[in-house]
Design a protein around this ligand. Structure first.
Ligand code: 5RP
Ligand code: MG
Length: 217
């Protein structure tokens, strides 16, 4: 299956996020309300985007760490299909989100955001708790410190795929990076700055889509 393209709206205002999405909303598969936008504007961007794009998958990237069911009721209630939980959260937090997702409907889900240290034992517990989606993330700060994609990342991605997780890859992705992952059944690629900050965001989103099609169709 061809990986989806998700665009992260890590804008610092709703107005600027709306300007970004207007140019690319018709091209991409998943609209992410980025953590940065959530901090700036709460869940209002989710409500606005749901009204504007009733058919699109909308992700609330809140990187929740506790109070799973309470956070989930708010994210799904605002219209998000997916929400994120940080990998160091406890299993009851993740399970709480997942239970609320099921109450809201089959199109709701939880993505675990992998940051920093996590273990294969934890990954096994996520699986046993029914979590299906994992986001393999190179953090902005790691990228800024010079960390590039390498064989260690690919090995971990491969092992997570073998465990049966749907894997999303993100973290300063460029069109040129996409081919690095061509041997894996990636579920979704997330790009933020490479698309939002491009001279033509529309052209950048199209280039990502074409590159994905080149390797997975
Ligand atoms: C950072 C994020 C970003 O949304 C994600 O990394 C995509 O943005 P970019 O392509 O600009 O790195 O969750 O924590
Ligand atoms: Mg994000």
């Amino acid at each position: 299956m061809e990986p989806k393209l998700q665009v992260a709206l890590d804008n610092i205002s709703l107005k600027s996020a709306m300007e970004s999405i207007r140019e690319i909303g018709h091209i991409i598969d998943v609209i992410e309300v980025g953590t940065i936008l959530h901090v700036a504007e709460g869940l209002e961007p989710v409500r606005c985007l749901r009204a504007l794009y009733p058919e699109k998958i909308i992700l609330a990237d809140i990187k929740g760490a506790d109070a799973g069911s309470l956070l989930a009721k708010q994210c799904y209630g605002a219209g998000a299909n997916w929400m994120t939980v940080i990998c160091c959260a406890e299993i009851p937090t993740m399970a709480g989100m997942l239970n609320v997702a099921k109450e809201f409907g089959e199109d709701r889900d939880v993505q675990i955001e992998l940051y920093g240290d996590w273990t294969w034992e934890q990954a096994q517990k996520w699986k046993e708790a029914g979590l299906k989606q994992v986001v393999y993330h190179r953090s902005r700060d790691a990228q800024a410190a010079g960390k590039s994609w390498g064989s260690e990342d690919l090995e971990k991605i491969g092992r997570l795929c073998d465990m049966g997780f749907k894997i999303t890859v993100t973290g300063g992705l460029t069109v040129e990076d996409i081919k690095l992952f061509k041997d894996y059944p990636i579920y979704c690629f997330i790009a933020g700055r490479s698309i939002r900050d491009a001279e033509s965001p529309e052209q950048a989103a199209k280039s990502f889509k074409a590159e994905i099609k080149k390797y997975w169709s």
